[in-house]
Write a protein that binds this ligand. Structure first.
Ligand code: ATP
Length: 258
């Protein structure tokens, strides 16, 4: 049996008397897009925060490539190869595309210019940024030196997804990447998500957009009342089946394996 790239077992997080996640499991397998859906308050964000180090669970375990890991903060999850793009996009509007790609990971010039004078290796960063963007087929962003504030919502999201794909060595987690986008831009970002998967990085996609979920997901994790109700696939179930399971109107079927 294939080992999941990322696995959660029995994750629980309480805020006083509120139980945000209640013994939640999750498996992400190599080469897949796993959508996480659920009603408001079902614990999707909390689950994803636990996997990305933004929240320390009270109970439960996380495994990366079968090895137990514990994340005390987001930096530790990033260092382990898990890159997360949150709904509130962490792009710096005044900086250009290349600078945004390397935000927090700026590359210094080799030798003393970099180590002593802390000079940034802009040429190298620009070339790398261009390579990542073209690898992901983001052909519309002609000018890597263009300020991100002058980009459309979809292009900004593309920059954020490209950044996660460039630095995430194991897993990319995307929280509502198409939420604020028009039809065309949304579709472009969906294609980008497929490209990330096809390049070998499995993706967790949190979304309320059912058509988007059913279009790109290989499997769909349905979160309900703080835990996983089941996992279905777009082939085995319809959108209305998914909504019925989400809301508790229908019994969840047994979890679909990868
Ligand atoms: N920091 C917090 N303090 C107190 N309660 C919290 C906190 N974070 C989450 N919760 C509660 O935990 C539950 C799960 O919240 P969470 O945000 O994970 O759900 P969600 O499925 O992502 O919801 P949505 O789709 O509305 O974003 C909710 O009842 C929420 O109010």
């Amino acid at each position: 049996m294939t080992t999941p790239v990322l696995e959660a077992r029995g994750l629980t997080k309480r805020y006083g008397r509120v139980v945000a996640i209640n013994g939640s499991d999750l498996e992400l397998y190599p080469g897949e897009i796993l959508a996480v859906i659920g009603d408001n308050g079902a614990g999707k964000s909390s689950l994803i925060k636990a996997l990305s180090g933004a929240l320390v669970p009270d109970e439960g375990e996380i495994y990366l490539d079968g090895e137990r890991v514990t994340f005390r903060n987001p930096m530790q999850a990033r260092e382990a190869g898990i890159e997360t793009v949150y709904q509130t996009l962490a792009v710096a509007p005044g900086l250009d595309i290349a600078d945004n790609l390397f935000l927090g990971r700026e590359q210094r010039k080799p030798g003393p210019l970099g180590s002593i004078f802390r000079m940034l290796d802009r040429g190298h960063m620009r070339a790398e940024a261009r390579r990542h963007m073209s690898e992901l087929g983001i052909g519309t962003l002609q000018n890597i030196g263009q300020a991100v504030e002058s980009l459309s919502g979809g292009q900004r999201q593309a920059v954020a997804v490209a950044r996660s794909a460039a630095f995430g060595s194991k897993v990319v987690i995307l929280d509502e990447p198409t939420a604020a986008l028009g039809v065309k831009e949304g579709n472009r970002v969906l294609q980008l998500i497929r490209d990330v998967r096809d390049r070998g990085l499995p993706v967790i996609l949190i979304s309320h957009n059912m058509p988007h979920v059913f279009e790109v997901a290989d499997r769909i994790h349905i979160q309900r009342l703080g835990r996983r109700a089941t996992v279905i696939t777009p082939k085995s179930h319809s959108m209305s089946d998914a909504v019925a399971i989400m809301t508790g109107a229908a019994e969840p079927p047994p979890t679909a394996k990868a």
